[in-house]
Write a protein that binds this ligand. Structure first.
Ligand code: FDA
Length: 395
């Protein structure tokens, strides 16, 4: 049996970060992954440019059954620590919007950074390897990698969540957690487009490809002001992906379609100059024209009304129609297109300092397999770096 100090299952964001840290501490480290390539999700992330962190990352940007859990790791290895690493490797980057940092060239730069770190730390990364038959031994753990027996003191489960099976996602992490008696909080797709019922889809059919800035609000009052995109299947865009993580089946999402405009002030000003202009012509200066047409068809606006006829009552009604516009998703596109998996290994059973299991000493869970999910915008990778780093100091 080949022996290592540390075996990490999953050569993704969290696994590679953890591996390099453990290797630098002088531990012998083996990373196993069934994929042909390491870190496939990093490679396609951020439209191929990887939104690798967020300047504003803080515990408030994470969903977790225990909101305090993320504090320690985020503080010990913050976005500034990762940015320092990126700069040390000479990777050029820029802020796109809302603190989101992207590579100037390619997400490959981040994967190369991680593999270089692993190389310098003497980590062995073994791809195309199926991991089976994991068991606890007196010294640590024993597992089978492509049929070969391997022993280790510390076993790190870093095999991600269920989102995007095409990119090699599997439920192995949850299965290992269950095998060792861990609680799995219910999993579901997050950061995912909404689907709509056929009649709703038919109403929005003309709008596929149209995007606009909105505030999207879930039933629990969480709000995001970002872009919405109408698609052939339903609704997408950053505002929708963000709110999808807070949405529960059956609930409405409320949109403010004029998130950037003081509607009454703007229309009153325009009414003074062009009192006979119709409401639909005026609104088409603020919203995509095709959307204004749909709003008219839905009876949300009286498009032919001249601006001069907008008295206080009508203005109030119009404002309510456009700022509290309900949409009723019938579901999401699911794991096929979701960026993340909500839920996962219950953090109450893990150390927030080291990510070690409180039930089975020597067993660690890091990354998306845990019940920690970040907002859209580089927060998920930051969690992978922070918890991977924290576990890397302990394994
Ligand atoms: P990750 O998925 O990175 O790695 C898990 C590894 O385990 C994979 O290499 C996989 O092959 C391996 N594995 C799985 N099952 C296995 C098995 N049975 N045996 C062996 N190995 C196995 N986040 C962000 O912050 N910024 C962004 O720009 C994006 N963009 C983005 C785009 C898309 C399309 C997706 C799907 C996701 C994102 N994300 C993101 C989210 C981000 O990719 C995600 O949060 C991290 O990759 C999670 O890191 P992990 O290391 O936990 O899992």
């Amino acid at each position: 049996m080949t022996q290592f100090d540390v075996v990490i299952i999953g050569a993704g964001a969290a696994g590679l970060m953890c591996a390099a840290q453990a290797g630098y501490r002088g531990r012998s480290v083996l990373v196993l992954d069934h994929a042909k390539q390491a870190a496939k999700k990093i490679l396609i992330s951020g439209g191929g440019r990887c939104n690798f962190t967020n300047l504003n990352a803080s515990p408030a940007n994470y969903l977790c059954h225990n909101p305090h859990f993320v504090k320690s790791a985020l503080a010990r290895f913050s976005q500034h620590d990762f940015i320092e690493l990126v700069e040390r490797h000479g990777v050029a980057y820029h802020e796109k919007t809302l603190g989101q940092l992207f590579c100037d060239d390619s997400a490959k730069d981040i994967v190369q950074l991680l593999l270089t770190e692993c190389d310098w730390a003497d980590v062995k990364v073994q791809l195309r390897t199926e991991v089976t038959d994991i068991s606890k031994t007196a010294e640590g753990f024993r597992l089978s990698a492509n049929g070969e027996a391997i022993g280790c003191q510390s076993l790190v489960v870093a095999c991600g969540g269920l989102s995007m099976p095409k990119l090699c996602a599997t439920p192995l992490g949850y299965q290992i957690a269950e095998q060792f008696g861990h609680t799995i909080l219910p999993t579901r797709a997050g950061l995912v487009p909404f689907t709509l019922d056929k009649p709703d889809l038919a109403q929005y059919a003309e709008l596929a490809g149209v995007s606009l800035s909105v505030t999207a609000e879930s039933a629990d009052g969480t709000r995001f002001k970002e872009a919405l995109l109408f698609t052939h299947r339903g609704l997408s865009g950053p505002a929708i992906l963000q709110i999808s993580s807070f949405w529960q089946p059956g609930e409405d999402v409320t949109l403010n379609l004029l998130a950037d405009t003081d509607l009454p002030a703007t229309l009153r000003q325009w009414a003074e100059k062009q009192p006979n202009q119709t409401l639909k012509t005026a609104l088409a200066r603020l919203l995509p024209k095709r959307l204004v047409e749909v709003l008219g068809q839905q009876g949300k606006i009286d498009g032919d009304l001249p601006l001069r006829a907008l008295d206080a009552g009508r203005m109030q009604k119009l404002l309510a129609s456009l700022s509290q516009y309900p949409v009723h998703p019938n579901g999401t596109e699911g794991y096929r297109t979701a960026e993340v998996t909500l839920g996962g290994v219950d953090t109450d059973e893990l150390s927030s300092k080291t990510m070690e299991s409180k039930k089975v000493p020597g067993l660690y869970f890091i990354g998306e397999v845990m019940d920690v999910t970040g907002w859209l915008g580089g927060y998920n990778f930051q969690w992978a770096w922070s918890c991977g780093w924290a576990a890397g100091q302990a394994v």
